[in-house]
Design a protein around this ligand. Structure first.
Ligand SMILES: [Zn+2]
Ligand SMILES: [Zn+2]
Length: 210
């Protein structure tokens, strides 16, 4: 499976483009910004976007979703518990001193245990609240990859001091929903470098007492 990671926008959110060359289907996760660049990657590989997934409704992850949806016609998936946040993109834009992006309609609520299939690969949704109430992670067993949104980073975890954040909950989410995955799982966080679950279990300061 083709996988390109593009850091987009002023906060360099890691947008993932997955593509299955056999079926020509693509899945785009967290199109926060730089939509022309994302569309260029999709076109270069001759793919058609089948779904857009938002790990959580912070503007750096959802900001370009409407533009990408309008360009591709693909449905947008997001957990329902972040709908409140997605309605307040104007406030989020104000905090960051940026223009308010177009509001996006969520087409499919992405709940715990649901699966999206692209080619032969399943993308399993795990509800991992804490950074935001509706934060999700995506586990791709066939690729041994985890899209972690802003829940888990190399050497860090997501901040929980923003509205809807919960410091205990994010640790519970990591312990109960992410730790059971194999240690060799490649973790693609919402920002910064990729890591492995085993490395974070061993060295991530925030996870030492889990
Ligand atoms: Zn965030
Ligand atoms: Zn972020």
């Amino acid at each position: 499976m083709l996988h390109e990671i593009l850091p987009v926008g002023m906060l360099a959110c890691n947008c993932s483009v997955f593509g299955d060359q056999q079926s020509g289907e693509a899945l785009v996760i967290d199109p926060g910004d730089n939509i022309p660049e994302i569309l260029e990657v999709v076109a270069r590989h001759g793919l058609r976007v089948r779904a857009i997934v938002i790990t959580h409704a912070h503007i750096d992850h959802i900001g370009g979703a409407q533009e990408l949806k309008a360009a591709t016609g693909a449905p947008v998936y997001m957990h329902a518990d972040d709908l409140g946040l997605s309605e307040r993109l104007d406030m989020q834009a104000l905090w960051l001193g940026m223009e308010t992006p177009e509001r996006v309609e969520i087409d499919v609520p992405a709940g715990e245990g649901e699966r999206l299939r692209i080619g032969a690969a399943d993308f399993e949704i795990r509800h991992t609240p804490g950074h935001t109430p509706g934060s999700i992670s995506l586990w791709i067993p066939a690729e041994k990859k985890l899209i972690a949104g802003d829940t888990l980073f190399m050497d860090s975890i997501g901040r929980t001091d923003l509205p809807g954040g919960d410091g205990r909950q994010i640790l519970r989410s990591i312990r109960d929903k992410l730790f059971p995955l194999p240690d060799e799982t490649l973790v693609i966080p919402g920002h910064g470098p990729t890591t492995t679950l085993g490395r974070e279990k061993e060295f991530n300061y925030f996870l030492q007492r889990l």
